[in-house]
Write a protein that binds this ligand. Structure first.
Ligand code: THU
Length: 138
């Protein structure tokens, strides 16, 4: 059932958030991705004293998916603290789009239980993708 699938993703994202390494921002994020095989992959943000080296939760979950052999994103859930559901950052929208169709639903959640949903196409309209690279240039 779709609702149960989403609940499972959110629970996995909430659980992995506990492992986040976010001593600099104090903003812990958890992400869960259901690959098209049905398996779930999770990731949390991993910050670094050299700030730009930190990685987002979604990037970690995507890496786990690809390393496990799945190549398509079926659904995504992201959760963080704060009053409003956390949206993926711009870079993560692009990363998710690499492996997901525009109609993939991203469920964004706050720890207080608030939830919002958007598709990847809504999150990243006019996305740059592989098709753009096939244009022949000079
Ligand atoms: N962060 C994520 O993990 N995912 C997002 O989509 C938004 C931002 C992390 C990065 C950084 O560790 C912290 O949240 C504050 O920006």
């Amino acid at each position: 059932m779709i609702q149960d699938d989403e609940t499972e993703l959110l629970l996995r994202a909430r659980a992995v958030r506990e492992n986040a390494h976010a001593p600099y921002s104090g903003f812990r994020v958890g992400a869960a991705i259901r690959g098209c095989s049905g398996r779930i992959f999770v990731g949390c943000n991993v910050e670094n004293a050299s700030y730009p080296q930190g990685t987002c939760a979604e990037a970690g979950a995507l890496s786990a998916m690809v390393a496990a052999g799945d190549r398509r994103v079926g659904a995504v859930a992201v959760i963080a603290d704060g009053d409003i559901p956390v949206p993926p950052c711009g870079g993560c929208r692009q990363k998710l789009m690499e492996f997901g169709a525009g109609d993939v639903v991203v469920t964004m959640a706050a720890l207080n239980g608030e939830i919002s949903r958007m598709t990847l196409a809504e999150l990243l309209p006019g996305a740059f993708g592989a098709a753009n690279l096939s244009v022949t240039g000079t």
